[in-house]
Design a protein around this ligand. Structure first.
Ligand code: ADP
Ligand code: MG
Length: 722
């Protein structure tokens, strides 16, 4: 009898996992027995939902059983093989096509009984299935009441092999301990871990699989929340956080210097933030507000509180353009409030940089606004009590951690326009406190969005020209930069440091995989576009070009010309996505809009409608994909970023939602933040209660949990002890 396997043993210990297969599994990220048993099925095939050829409905998923009449191998192209077989039952003929599975010719012979499960189509006079699940039935065996798991597989390990290997692993891991305290299992009526793993891989019914999933989702979430909360507690260990003075002279002077009155939501957010800063514990606060809701000025109050406290603040932003803009917009307010500030970016000249570093080290700079350049070692404020991270979703965990590490236990304030539903925020950040700003200061509903096919983009230009005639300004956004710009940049060599996030980037959790999205025309290249627009549609106005690969001086000049109205049209790549503020710009045209994620489009459209005037957004797409177009029409339907985010999240498959920029995300295999939002709240509360009662998780009932949290997140320093 084989000894019971431990979950953390190498996967090669599982029966039938040869060294070759172990290597193939490693390619799927499976190294340990644990990895293998948590390699969950992507879907299930329910062989019990059987239909005859005649009764099977077109467009439905179903299983059909019958005898193979004919089987043929075809090679329509040199590198493409397809096996075509006809299956007959008493009621008709089903044509089955299997791409790239030539081995079926050896396994399936005329006369054999098989079951095929898949989506029924109708084409060229026959009911058909393409690449169905296919099972050869034995003499007696009929496919009845069987639910077949389909695991993510690879070339070397087929779904059928994956099933066997997972089954072997489970069979060897008997007597698994259960990390969930009994009390919590009872509270939510959760099955044991062993049973849940069996049931999610090999359920007898859909209900059983769902119950198993429920248990495993809860476990994932509880472990994640525990990890996040302990990490946060660990951050402040051995240091004394600052209880800020939040009603000092600079805070009051700032309030007096504002050129407008804060909205009620801004006031509420400001008070919540100041409350957190005043608290002697290290704050970790997320300010969520759609683009244009006025988060910056709210953050300024936190900066003022740090200055009143006699300590320093770092304000990190993702792009140079944004750093300069904050300098330009916040600077005068900070000056008026008697707060000293500086801007530091990757293109600050070395001599200036050295001088800034020196003054910061001497404690002479209250607020340092900057890009990733702030992360370098020469930025060393001696009394750092606050870090503010703008557009925080554009920074990785490590970058945020590095910034925090410049002080003892500074308070952290994160700003984001990514409309993260509360459940997702909790899932990602555990012990965070949150403030939301939902309305823009200038009132909502002044912005309309319309989707146009490429052939109808003339309408967008008409709208743009009408706005230009009114003296307003226009953005044209293109997804890619012209080829020659890249080449020129490469020739220029590494003389200029590029901020890592300035390049067009994949939005952390936003892009939706849909192959048809990748087809279609070539992306409109900003450069070509600018030239052709200048020569044609916008010949009467001045067109300016802005993209991430331009030098920083060039960029600043281009932005300045647009902001000051010297240029009326700005053709840009997604550099403008973040934070650019030109209130006179009222029309935005987005080319190839289907190539952007919804959240990114929403960020983009936040660039217009910032002044008092109504704004229009025109999304142009050449895509023929229905999915892509349906996504875009969601932009037409709602102007509310939070609603859009929920819609976007609901489209996703589980596991796609948490971008890999967030740590812990990889340990969440089953959680869906929309569907499981109630569970997220529950796990959050449970984790907080557990840690309140037993911070180091040393009580007997919690030891297994502590051990498990450590194993689920092996890279996290903070989850130690226990
Ligand atoms: P975001 O939340 O996208 O960072 P900003 O902080 O850039 O938004 O603010 C957008 C614009 O709204 C800025 O021009 C800012 O000066 C202005 N603004 C902010 N708060 C108010 C307010 N209460 N009343 C009027 N304008 C405001
Ligand atoms: Mg902003």
């Amino acid at each position: 009898m084989a000894a019971t396997l431990a979950l953390d043993e190498p996967v090669g210990r599982v029966r039938l996992v040869s060294p070759g297969r172990a290597r193939a599994l490693e390619g799927l990220g499976i190294r340990t027995v644990r990895d293998l048993v948590s390699h969950y099925p992507r879907r299930y095939i329910d062989l019990s939902r059987k239909e005859t050829v005649a009764s099977a409905a077109i467009g439905q998923q179903c299983t059909v059983e019958g005898a193979v009449h004919e089987i043929k191998l075809k090679r329509p192209k040199p590198r493409l093989s397809l096996v075509e077989l006809s299956v007959v039952d008493g009621t008709g003929v089903l044509v089955v096509t299997c791409f790239r599975q030539p081995w079926l010719m050896d396994q399936v012979k005329p006369g054999m009984r098989i079951a095929v499960a898949g989506k029924l189509e109708f084409n060229y006079g026959f009911k058909r299935m393409t690449n169905p699940y296919l099972e050869v039935l034995g003499d007696e065996q009929a496919a009845e009441g069987m639910i077949i798991p389909v695991h993510p597989a690879c070339e070397k390990v087929s779904p059928a092999w994956m099933r066997r290997l997972v089954g072997n692993a489970l069979a060897a891991c008997t007597g698994m301990y259960d990390p969930l305290p009994l009390e919590l299992r009872a509270k939510y009526r959760l099955m044991s871990r062993q049973r849940a793993l069996m049931s999610i891989h090999f359920p007898q019914s859909a209900a059983e699989a769902a119950e198993a999933r429920r248990r495993l989702v809860y476990e994932e979430l509880l472990l994640l929340e525990i990890m996040l909360m302990r990490e946060e507690r660990g951050r402040a260990q051995g240091c004394t956080p600052t209880a800020h003075i939040v009603d000092g002279p600079r805070v009051r002077a700032l309030a007096a210097a504002l050129p407008f009155e804060l909205t009620d939501e801004q006031k509420a957010a400001r008070d919540e933030i100041l409350g957190q800063l005043a608290d002697p514990r290290a704050a970790n606060h997320l300010l969520l507000g759609d683009v244009g809701t006025g988060k910056t000025v709210v953050a300024a109050f936190a900066l003022a509180a740090a200055a009143d406290t006699g300590s320093q603040a770092l304000f990190m932003v993702p792009t140079e353009v944004l750093a300069r803009q904050h300098g330009a917009s916040l600077g005068p307010l900070l000056d008026a409030a008697g707060i000293s500030w500086e801007v530091l970016t990757g293109s600050t000249p070395a001599s200036e940089r050295a001088a800034l570093a020196e003054r910061t080290a001497a404690g002479e700079v209250d607020v340092m606004i900057g890009t990733h350049a702030l992360l370098e070692d020469d930025v060393a404020p001696p009394r750092l009590s606050l870090v503010v991270v703008d557009e925080q979703q554009r920074f990785g965990v490590e970058q945020r951690a590095r910034l925090l590490a410049k002080g003892g236990a500074p308070d952290a304030l994160y700003l984001t326009a990514t409309p993260i539903p509360r459940s997702l925020a909790l899932a990602l950040y555990g012990g965070l406190t949150l403030s939301y700003i939902r309305r823009r200061p200038h009132g909502a509903a002044r912005r309309t969005t319309s989707v146009h096919r490429k052939t109808e983009r003339g309408r967008a230009y008409d709208a743009a020209r009408a706005a230009l005639k009114r003296g307003e300004q226009v953005y044209v956004v293109c997804p890619l930069v012209g080829k020659d710009a890249e080449e020129r940049d490469e020739k220029a060599g590494a003389t200029r440091r590029r901020e890592p996030d300035e390049e067009a980037y994949e939005y952390a959790a936003i892009s939706i995989e849909d192959e048809s999205d990748l087809l279609g025309d070539d992306a409109a290249a900003a450069k070509r576009e600018a030239a052709s627009l200048q020569g044609g549609v916008f010949a009467d106005w001045r067109v300016e070009l802005l993209h991430g690969r331009m030098g920083s001086h060039e960029k600043q000049q281009a932005m300045r010309r647009f902001r000051e109205g010297e240029a009326q049209v700005l053709v840009a790549t997604t550099v403008i996505e973040v934070g650019i503020d030109v209130p006179n710009a009222t029309v935005m045209i987005v080319e190839d809009a289907d190539r952007f994620g919804l959240a990114q489009l929403h960020q983009l459209r936040g660039r217009v409608g910032r002044g008092g005037k109504p704004a229009e957004v025109h999304l142009v797409s050449a895509s023929r994909s229905e999915v892509a177009l349906a996504r875009l029409t969601a932009m037409e339907r709602t102007d509310d970023g939070f609603e859009l985010a929920e819609y976007d999240l609901s489209l996703r498959r589980e596991g796609d939602i948490l971008g890999n920029r967030q740590h812990g995300a990889s340990a969440l295999k089953l959680v869906n933040v929309v569907r499981d939002s109630a569970f997220i709240e529950a796990a959050h509360a449970d984790a907080a209660a557990l840690l309140e009662a037993d911070p180091a998780l040393v009580m007997p009932a919690h030891r297994a949990l502590a051990r498990e949290a450590r194993r689920a997140f092996p890279d996290d320093r903070a989850v130690e002890g226990g």
